[in-house]
Design a protein around this ligand. Structure first.
Ligand code: HXC
Length: 531
């Protein structure tokens, strides 16, 4: 009866208050830059910003904020322009039922360029993520600083960078590059934990091909300079490459499943159908291998991981060290492993940076580290020395020593010299240090050691044949003494020499024992500085 009366009465409210008006305003704002620009976006093989959010998040979970924000700038014709949402969509939603904050730049609106209101929207969503301890995911597709807004745009970037740093190591930050990302704009992704790119459509550079040509005379294409291949294999800026946008969002969702919501939580545990006592017979073959024979470390990781699943991070960069996530007994573990298939698994500058940053990220987010060691040493050479292998190599030592998360180390084969120490050895505070019976642990390999220890005897040989015979004899003696794990086990620098087939079980048991490990400083905030 009351409702009936209300319906018939003349509304005292102005027309702007009607629901229909709200719907019209929303519809207009959601249209982005209009059909022609959306079609142009599609023609480049790119999704619209809204489609991207749809693919990334759980169906129907997205809650948009600030849809009706628009620029207050008026210069250079902006006064007469329609700029829906100021070129960026922001809000929160879920990935596999867990909350995340998201922003997606809309290239169809002024090229996704960043003006003041655009930056304020991104900052608001970053603050929301930080305060509510959930990951933040940026979908970037932008011409960079909005030229018409001058220094306001630059200050907007500064506000974003500042928040990137304040949230570093507190909440996971993920950047997905889905178009251009140029100039200073590249430094927001660079400050985040993970960068994704899509083949063919993502580009990142501080200065584009034209400026490069003018400044240095070098001719290079967009792709050659800043495409996914360049950044995944050469610069190390990009962690994951996808073949298409749907493939990219599938990978982002998978990555989020390995991460905690923030540094105040642990990564999500899942029910594990893979028996923890599953034996790993392939590992017995390790001990029959010629010690000089290369193999891909992935074969070992796949064998020991739950359901043989390994999610590799930076797979194309510094392939001599492998980093990534797997689960063991249902718990998330970060793997750091030398890869003898590339540079014999030695540590060089790029491998050191890659491993150290990964270890620091694991430590920030309470994820245990499993280190698989097969390392002949640091990679030699003038280029490495002058490039700063001393400084870069030290980062691994720093990262392992400061890490308070559980640290389990398994020496599979070689562990020589400084690299033995660096790869989470016992005295760098590995919690459990295991070795296979075929492990070789020494200051250096037999050939090098004999040359130094017996240089005079070798020089005194009458001919080459005699030299070779003497070296072979001395190398065999040295190897008998040091090319085994037993001298190290006898000092307590190894906790156990294990049956190779039991490796998976030993690691899972160790992880379970260490699950409540607490060290002083474990609760301190640890930023994930780009190394
Ligand atoms: C304002 C921009 C813009 C920008 C693009 N647009 N970039 N508007 N500010 N920075 C607009 C265009 O005018 C155009 O508007 C629409 O976006 C699409 O751009 P197109 O050039 O037509 O697209 P495309 O051919 O695909 O080329 C994309 C592009 C190019 C490569 C990104 O637009 C470009 O070079 N833009 C400038 C890039 C740049 O130098 N940015 C500043 C970098 S310095 P209409 O109305 O025609 O659709 C920087 C400093 C940050 O970012 C510092 C932080 C510390």
């Amino acid at each position: 009866m009351e409702l009936e009366t209300a319906k018939n009465a003349k509304s005292p409210r102005p027309p702007a208050a009607s629901v229909r008006n709200l719907r019209t305003a929303v519809e207009k704002a959601m249209a982005g830059g209009g059909k022609a620009r959306v079609d142009a976006q599609k023609a480049k093989g790119k999704f619209s910003a809204r489609e991207r959010i749809h693919y990334l998040l759980d169906e129907g979970s997205f809650q948009e904020l600030d849809l009706l924000v628009s620029t207050r700038a008026t210069e250079f014709g902006l006064k007469d322009k329609d700029i829906p949402g100021d070129g960026v969509i922001t809000g929160f939603g879920q990935i596999n039922g867990r909350e995340v904050c998201v922003y997606a730049q809309d290239f169809t609106v002024l090229g996704g360029s960043l003006g003041l209101a655009h930056a304020q929207k991104i900052c608001k969503i970053m603050d929301l993520a930080h305060e509510n301890r959930v990951p933040v995911i940026g979908l970037l597709d932008s011409g960079g600083a909005r030229i018409q807004e001058g220094v306001d745009s630059l200050d907007g970037y500064a506000e974003i960078f500042y928040r990137n740093v304040k949230s570093s190591g507190v909440i996971p930050q993920i950047s997905v590059i889905l178009g251009p990302c140029a100039g200073g704009a590249v430094y927001s992704p660079a400050l985040t934990d993970f960068v994704f790119m899509v083949e063919g459509t993502s580009h990142m550079f501080v200065t584009g091909p034209d400026v490069v040509k003018a400044a240095t005379g070098e001719e290079v294409s967009f792709d050659g300079l800043g495409g996914s291949e360049a950044h995944s294999s050469k610069s190390g800026v990009c962690h994951f490459v996808a073949k298409s946008e749907p493939d990219c969002f599938r990978q982002v969702r998978e990555l989020v499943g390995y991460l905690p919501q923030s540094r105040f939580e642990k990564a999500p545990r899942v029910a594990n159908p893979d028996p923890i006592r599953r034996s790993v017979p392939l590992l017995e073959k390790m001990c029959d291998l010629d010690p000089r024979r290369p193999y891909r470390i992935h074969h070992i990781i796949w064998q020991i991981a739950d359901e043989h699943k390994f999610f590799e991070v930076q797979s194309a960069y510094a392939k001599n060290i492998v980093t990534g996530f797997c689960r063991m007994g249902g718990e998330v573990v970060g793997i750091v492993a030398n890869n003898p298939a590339h540079l014999a698994g030695a540590l060089d500058i790029n491998a050191s940076d890659k491993a150290a940053r990964f270890i620091r990220m694991l430590n920030a987010f309470n994820i245990p580290v499993l280190t698989l060691v097969d390392v002949p040493g640091y990679w030699p050479g003038v280029q490495q020395e002058h490039g700063g292998i001393i400084r870069h190599g030290a980062k691994i030592l720093h990262a392992y020593a400061e890490a308070t998360v559980p640290k389990i180390t398994v020496i599979l084969r070689k562990a020589y010299g400084g690299a033995y120490i660096a790869m989470s050895s016992k005295h760098m505070r590995g919690d459990f240090n295991f070795a296979l019976p075929c492990a070789e642990i020494a200051v250096m390999g037999p050939a090098g050691a004999v040359e130094i220890l017996y240089s005079r005897d070798i020089a005194a040989c009458k001919n080459e044949d005699e030299k070779l015979a003497l070296k072979a004899k001395l190398s065999a003696e040295y190897a008998a003494k040091f090319a085994s794990p037993y001298q190290t086990a006898s000092t307590g620098s190894l906790d156990e020499v294990i049956e190779p087939a039991q490796l998976r079980y030993k690691v899972v048991r160790a992880l379970r024992f260490l699950k409540d490990k607490r060290l002083p400083g474990a609760h301190e905030n640890r930023g994930n500085i780009p190394l």
